[in-house]
Design a protein around this ligand. Sequence first.
Ligand code: FMN
Length: 327
Amino acid sequence: MDSFWSKLPKPFFALAPMADVTDPAYRRLIAEYGAPHVTWTEFVSADGLYHTREKKGMKDGENPLVRDLQYSEAERPIVAQIFGSIPETIEYASELVATLGFDGVDINMGCPDRSIEKQGAGAGMIKTPELVAPIVEAARRGAARGKEGGIPVSLKTRIGYHQETMDTWLPVVLAAKPDALTVHLRTRKEMSKVDAHWELMARAVALRDAHSPNTIILGNGDVNDLNDARTKAEASGADGIMLGRAIFGTPWLFTDRVEVTPAERIEALRTLAQYFSELRPTKSFHLLKKHIKSFITGWDGAAQLRGALMNASTLEELESILAAAKP
Ligand SMILES: Cc1cc2nc3c(=O)[nH]c(=O)nc-3n(C[C@H](O)[C@H](O)[C@H](O)COP(=O)(O)O)c2cc1C
């Protein structure tokens, strides 16, 4: 398939999927400052998409999970991430994602969250390698039904479960010939507690070369900014680098900007709050609190303003504190 993956620069830089962080509101702000080469959505449950529809007979536009899959044209190419371990629901969700116009569908095979692993999904998939091929085939079937010619199917995983087992695990995922593969350079057991093992990325690239040379490979974990990303791509030979937590409080991350004034930080948070109320009316206002912490920092008086904002309990209150703020 001649997909967007083959048209990206080398190296390219991608925004990581982060639940309740890279939501439609924050992604819109990021795209306004300067979009990455590829954007991922937060993950969405394939079972959830399937069952909400089946059980409640909702139209897709009314389904809150489908609302989580809103995006704007400025975010393209945009990949929707789903999780699940049942081919039937993966097929359904992939069809839906293709119908919604996404440029790709990505399957999460690395999330350590227990509630997700209990469903056999996320990092749980590393323990059931026999499921990888049927899951990817189901995604391809669904994608082809949703859009003529299908959309690319990619995977995101870790370097092992209890210990590093790249030499056995990566050939399994690569045998499914994903269009792209993101390797978060930690095991499931390591969660995010140790430094990402960038020294292993060149080996992951070599495994890709040996088992599925047409798969685009991305490295992920602890990348601070674009300069760091360029260095890591060069050292490892990765096609692309995915950045996650570096986007906290820095929606301009993909623009090479370093100098940002306190006034700009305040303005960015205000805009985000507006987008949040517009795009996520059903989501808790408290989800904004992690953004308050990361935006309102780094100048004299920031702590005081942050304290006031953290005590706000409605969006209106937050907006009026921000409007009165003098950095
Ligand atoms: C708050 C949060 C939510 C996350 N949600 C997801 C997710 O929905 N899907 C996923 O594949 N990874 C998720 N991750 C993992 C990130 O995509 C990424 O692999 C990890 O944070 C390491 O990259 P970083 O050091 O650049 O942040 C999440 C991480 C964080 C911190």
